[in-house]
Design a protein around this ligand. Structure first.
Ligand code: AP5
Length: 211
């Protein structure tokens, strides 16, 4: 099953992608995590993406096409994938469709995590993430240890107030049109209320995935 997760920054896509991936037994593919790992490793892809990510702008479509091509053709994604933030522009939605059609596959479901600006600003302002495995946390100070892998928790550069404002602006201008694009191309976008506990939101997402 190939599931596309849409939603503004801080809606909880990453948190829910982990839950859904574990539940459905398919990998989570988060382009933000792939880019941050490339940045940490100092690869050319990471160096190209850095300035865009720090400002909260989208990295060029060509970079994302490369990542999608790599991951969708990998054996790990044979059973399916949870695509977290991997589709943020209409050209990316189009290209993913073409890529999957070439592999004899297609997107099965699109979930849109819906939440107010106030709530997501509060979430992003309080977030720390593991510098290694990128697990997000709430209410944990930078410098403390990740529960999963023991590495250090840090604040993301794009969780500064100015970058958050820009990410929201970019979401409305470039990612919100993807919702209409899927609707117009016969793929019903299932809206999931993302305000609630993590478990409540997971339950709503699993319900939205039912046939
Ligand atoms: P990315 O890392 O994907 O950032 P984002 O989309 O802005 O999303 P976030 O990771 O900020 O939020 P989230 O929705 O995953 O929420 P989370 O689960 O962490 O991308 C970063 C950058 O990479 C982009 O800005 C862009 O530059 C580039 N990029 C990536 N993909 C791209 C693409 N396809 N095209 C172009 N550029 C691309 O939750 C947030 C916080 O809330 C956490 O602390 C979490 O613990 C907490 N939380 C989650 N759920 C709940 C809940 N139910 N209750 C209470 N707290 C909760």
């Amino acid at each position: 099953m190939i599931i596309v997760l849409l939603g503004p920054p801080g809606a909880g896509k990453g948190t829910q992608a982990d839950k859904l991936a574990a539940r459905l037994g398919v990998p989570k593919i988060a382009t933000g995590d792939v880019l941050r790992a490339a940045l940490r490793d100092g690869t050319p892809r990471g160096r190209e993406a850095k300035a865009y990510m720090d400002r909260g702008d989208l990295v060029p479509d060509s970079v994302i096409f490369g990542i999608l091509r790599d991951v969708m053709s990998s054996p790990a994604a044979r059973k399916g994938a949870i695509l977290d933030g991997a589709v943020r522009t209409v050209p990316q939605a189009q290209e993913l469709g073409i890529m999957l059609a070439e592999l004899g596959r297609g997107v099965d479901k699109v979930l849109l995590f819906d939440i107010s600006d106030d709530k997501l600003t509060e979430r992003l302002g309080g977030r720390t993430v593991c510098e290694k495995c990128q697990t997000p946390y709430m209410g944990r100070e930078p410098g403390t240890r990740c529960e999963k892998c023991g590495a250090t928790l840090i604040r993301r550069k794009d969780d500064e107030p100015e970058a958050i404002r820009n990410r929201l602006k970019v979401y409305r201008a470039q990612t919100a049109p993807v919702i209409d694009w899927y609707d117009e191309h016969g793929m019903k976008v299932e809206k999931v209320d993302a305000d609630g506990t993590v478990d409540e939101v997971t339950r709503r997402a699993l319900k939205a995935l039912e046939p």
